[in-house]
Design a binder for this molecule. Sequence first.
Ligand SMILES: Cc1ncc(COP(=O)(O)O)c(C=O)c1O
Ligand SMILES: Nc1c(O)cccc1C(=O)C[C@H](N)C(=O)O
Length: 471
Amino acid sequence: MEKEDLFSEGYAKAQDEQDPLRKFREYFVIPSKADLSRTKIGGRADENNKEESTYLCGNSLGLQPTLTKKYFEEYLSTWAQKGVFGHFKDVSDTHLAPWLNADADVQGDMAKIVGAKTEEVAVMNTLTANLHFLMCSFYKPTKDRHKILIEGRAFPSDHFAVESQLRFHGFDPKDSMIFLEPPSDTDSTLSTEYILSVIDKHASELALVLLPGIQYYTGQFFDMATITSHTRSKGIIAGWDLAHAAGNVPLQLHDWNVDFAAWCTYKYLNAGPGSIGGAFVHERHGQVKNVGSDERPSFEYRPRLQGWWGSQKSSRFAMANNYEPIPGAAGFQVSNTSVADSTAVRASLDVFKQTSMSDIRVKSLKITAYLEQLLDLLLKDQEATLGKKLFHIITPRNPDERGAQLSVMLEHGLLDHIMEILEHNGVVVDERRPDVVRVAPAPLYNSYQDVRNFIQVFKGACEDAVKKTKA
Ligand SMILES: Cc1ncc(COP(=O)(O)O)c(C=O)c1O
Ligand SMILES: Nc1c(O)cccc1C(=O)C[C@H](N)C(=O)O
């Protein structure tokens, strides 16, 4: 395809017209440029300037589904009109379950997103809290086998969670954290072979391998199936942080035999800032066995931090204080579910239900490849006009090793100026200081024209930044 064709508005428009998921953009609220630049919230959008922004930041915060406001109005009306009865009464003229079932109501559709059986998933807590709750049950160190493997540049919250778990068990993070670092300074990603070699090197002393399905900084999608299988073959627990993978790439947590996983719902799952988290516990770990009698039950189950919401609903309100864990991931719940949060999750899942992760992945591969093609053409243009490249892509070039996001490492010193120009033009991407811009076309609501708009503004911003630094 000629360079001009790819850059042309006609090409982008044609891709959008042919996009099988094009209708989904209407299911989201796209902030207008005027919305983004206004200093106040509320009031009517600027009727004279409803031009949509170019929002490519779903890897940090997903956009609001139009269903969310509708479902929230139903939730608030139920609360206002039914009070405590909202827990129990089936308010049939809403899209929402009785609050007592708010957790179970979203379990099955969330399980489909991550390739799990319904009972292997719970929508609960938040991401880092779930990592802690799950490590409390799965990180079982011994004197000889107490180390935890995470990436060297793990997301800070994961790093802190592992540090504190080690300290909680009386181990020193300096001795018990093993960091997965790229083999050389020039590498930003980690090959599967290299990861397996590091696991082999430390296998006898590792109690847990905790990695991200997709690495937040580089955007690398790890070979979860191979790494999980290898980890477990060494008798090590395989745990995954799916913050950037859930709703972004197809997952098969059950078939991959993952021990546990946790994720948030505010990125590609579009449930709003700080919204409720998700957790996966493989069915082999969720078994509950009554080794007593019906009259005098005595349950055997995997130890976990307990709370009343993990105990069977049928006996929960008997207040007899006999813990009877719900089989599966739901038995790892502790508190009653935030209905505001589960309402947001319900709205988002009702969008996902109209398609599939495989169809989302088909578009994701195409639209991210388009972004990559335009970035590569821009690099050629910069080499020809400036005599140098002002950035390079640090996300793997193999589409199977990435999701929607491409991470662009800028020449040092350009980030602030480029971000200022992008924002001024209504282009929203994520910055990871000091030099990385993360660009994530979310298949459900981003268009090929969004990608083209980004490149056009980014091209000018790069040129402007160079002039500024030369001045
Ligand atoms: C990989 C990863 N882990 C953990 C977190 C923090 O999660 P939370 O603040 O929802 O616990 C984030 C981002 O928010 C993340 O990207
Ligand atoms: N930047 C964040 C914030 O200001 C609040 C909450 C989360 C974040 C995030 O970093 C989201 C996500 N972990 C990310 O990698 O972008």
